[in-house]
Design a protein around this ligand. Structure first.
Ligand SMILES: *Cc1c(COP(=O)(O)O)cnc(C)c1O
Length: 337
C-alpha cells in the first residue's frame, strides 16, 4: 500500500514470558522483540524510519534533520540511518550544558551526526524555527534536507506500526490465536497511533493500549487523533479514508477511543524511581529480559500493576511490544544508589 525502504530485520520474534505470567496468575504475557529490529539497535524507531527514508529518498532529499532530547533514541536511530544510507544527519538536541559523550549522544557522534544544542526553553518553544533555519542554511550549501519531527511522530511515521500489525496477524496465524491486547510504551505517540491505524487497516480484533511514560493521557489522545488524521492523507483512496471523510468527523480515531493507561510516569521522563529499578532487576532475573529505564521498564511495570489490579481478564493473551532503548540502561541513567 505505502512504500518503504526495507532496513529492519523483520519479522521480530514473539516469546512467552512463562514465569511472570505464572506468578501473576493473570493473562498470558508475550513479548514481541522489537528491540531486535537491527540497524544498530534502533528498536521501534526503525519501523517508522523505513517509511520516512523512502519518502525522503523518493523526493530527492540528501540530508536528514530531526530533533529530540540529548539522549533521544529516535535521534540516535536517525543518525544510524543516515550513516547506513550515506547521507548527512543534523540533530537539534535539547540540552542546557555541553553533554558528556555517553549513551546515545556518544553514538550520535560515532555515526557522524552534526549536532546543534539548544536550551530546554528554546527547544520547547522554538525548535520548529531552529530546524527551519538549519534547513535554509543547508539549502544555501546546496543540500536538499528532509525534516523529521520529534520521534518521527507524524502521519507517515504511523505506518511503521500499522504494518507491524500485519506482521503480528501473520504470526498469530501460526499460533492459532489472536492477542486480545497489544501494549506499548508511549513517548511521542506514533507507535501506538500506528497500532491503532493497523488495527483498522488490517482488521485486528484486539485492543491497542498505550502506557504513557511522559505527559498525560489527554495530551496523547489529542496528539494521536491528529496524527491518525494526517496518516489517512497518505492513503487517499483507501476505504477507511473514505469512510472517515464521509462521516465528517473521524469516529474510528476519536480521542476517547484511544486507550492510554496513565499513572506510570513516575518521577518524570528519563527519571527512575528505586521501585522501577527493582522491577527492571526482577524481570532481568526472572525472564532473562532487559527492559530500559525510560520506556519499556515503566510501561511493563505499569502493565504488571494493572494485571495485579485485575484490569485484564485471566483468559486473555497480552502482547507487550519491547520497543528497545537498551542504551538508556548503561551510563546515561545508570543505577543510582
Ligand atoms: C521512542 C520510544 C518509545 C515510544 O515510542 P513513541 O512512538 O515515541 O510513542 C518506546 N520505547 C522506546 C525504547 C523508544 O525509544
Amino acid at each position: 500500500m505505502l512504500k518503504k525502504r526495507s532496513l529492519a530485520n523483520l519479522p521480530t520474534r514473539i516469546q512467552k514470558l512463562e514465569r511472570i505470567s505464572r506468578e501473576l496468575k493473570g493473562p498470558e504475557i508475550y513479548v514481541k522483540r522489537d528491540d531486535e529490529t537491527g540497524l544498530e539497535f534502533s528498536g521501534n524507531k526503525i519501523r517508522k524510519l523505513e517509511f520516512v527514508a523512502e519518502d525522503a529518498l523518493s523526493k530527492g532529499c540528501n540530508a536528514l534533520i530531526t530533533c529530540g532530547a540529548v539522549q533521544s533514541n529516535h535521534c540516535r536511530a536517525t543518525a544510524a540511518l543516515g550513516a547506513k544510507l550515506g547521507i548527512p544527519v543534523f540533530l537539534v538536541l535539547k540540552q542546557n550544558q555541553e553533554p558528556d559523550y555517553i549513551g546515545n549522544y556518544l553514538l550520535d557522534y560515532l555515526f557522524g551526526a552534526s549536532i546543534t544544542l539548544i536550551t530546554e526553553e528554546e527547544y520547547n518553544h522554538r525548535r520548529g524555527n531552529v530546524m527551519l533555519r538549519l534547513r535554509d542554511q543547508l539549502e544555501k550549501k546546496g543540500l536538499n534536507p528532509y525534516l523529521i519531527p520529534e520521534g518521527a511522530s507524524n502521519g507517515l511515521g504511523c505506518f511503521g506500526y500499522a504494518y507491524a500489525i500485519e506482521e503480528i496477524l501473520m504470526q498469530e496465524k501460526e499460533f492459532g490465536r489472536h492477542f486480545d491486547r497489544i501494549v506499548v510504551a508511549t513517548g511521542s505517540g506514533s507507535t501506538l497511533g500506528g497500532l491503532i491505524l493497523g488495527k483498522e487497516l488490517f482488521e485486528h480484533p484486539g485492543e491497542m493500549v498505550g502506557i504513557n511514560i511522559t505527559a498525560d493521557a489527554p495530551t496523547f489522545q489529542k496528539r494521536i487523533s491528529l496524527m491518525l488524521k494526517q496518516a489517512l492523507e497518505h492513503i487517499p483512496n483507501h476505504q477507511i479514508t473514505k469512510a472517515v471523510n464521509s462521516s465528517g468527523s473521524h469516529p474510528l480515531f476519536a480521542q476517547q477511543k484511544i486507550n492510554i493507561i496513565d499513572g506510570y510516569v513516575g518521577d518524570g521522563y528519563g527519571k527512575s524511581t528505586q521501585m522501577e529499578w527493582d522491577f527492571i532487576k526482577k524481570i532481568a532475573q526472572q525472564e532473562g529480559l532487559l527492559l530500559d529505564p525510560v520506556y519499556t521498564g515503566k510501561a511493563f511495570y505499569g502493565l504488571v500493576q494493572e494485571i495485579k489490579k485485575g484490569s485484564f481478564d485471566q483468559d486473555q493473551r497480552i502482547l507487550f511490544i519491547h520497543t528497545g532503548g537498551i542504551f538508556g540502561l548503561i551510563p546515561p541513567q545508570g543505577l543510582q544508589r
